[in-house]
Write a protein that binds this ligand. Structure first.
Ligand code: ZN
Ligand code: ZN
Length: 180
């Protein structure tokens, strides 16, 4: 259903729970559990995120100056990524919960697919993703040993946590991280 978020139940951004969607009023079986940067909705179905109806309905402001709701942040988007891709990711794709306000990752002039939160064990299978975190820490001035210790301390459910993505074009694995 979502090109950039293939399995929202597996990533923890949705759950199987019967509910009446706040936006469409339909009985639905899969409920969104990720962040909404807009008006709150206790029960929101994935169909309404997919159609864009949720982004419109939960926007902030009056009819004239309505600011549609976002479900994820996209900061530092590369210049070669088309704006419609960014809109699809921020407004018509389930976001994900992290310790802070998470930003999507991009690669090969496209958005990457979010695979879920990851600890060192999950990341270790994808050396390219580990290298990305390593490079990120190096840029921030971390000494090598601290960086390696930090990477080994990554935890899927504890903190710090990594967020694993895969490029839809070249297949490279990408990762970001944060902690509370
Ligand atoms: Zn709905
Ligand atoms: Zn790529």
């Amino acid at each position: 259903m979502f090109r950039y978020h293939p399995d929202p139940i597996a990533t923890g951004s949705a759950e199987r729970a019967e509910h009446v969607c706040h936006v469409c009023g339909q009985h639905r079986e899969v409920r969104y559990t990720g962040p909404i940067y807009g008006r709150r909705a206790e029960n929101l179905c994935l169909d309404c995120i997919h159609s864009g109806e949720a982004s419109r309905a939960l926007g902030i402001g009056g009819d004239e100056v309505a600011q549609p709701a976002d479900f994820t942040d996209a900061v530092g988007v590369p210049d070669d990524v088309p704006p419609e891709v960014v809109m699809e990711i921020t407004r018509r794709t389930p976001g994900f919960v992290g310790w802070q306000q998470e930003s999507w990752l991009f690669h090969c002039a496209d958005g990457a697919a979010f695979l879920g939160p990851a600890g060192y064990r999950e990341l270790a299978a994808h050396p390219d993703a580990v290298d990305m975190i390593r490079a990120d820490l190096r840029r921030s001035g971390w000494a090598e040993q601290y960086a390696e210790d930090f990477i080994r301390s990554l935890d899927r459910t504890g903190e710090p946590t990594a967020y694993l993505f895969r490029c839809l074009r070249c297949g490279a694995h990408l990762a970001s991280w944060d902690s509370g």
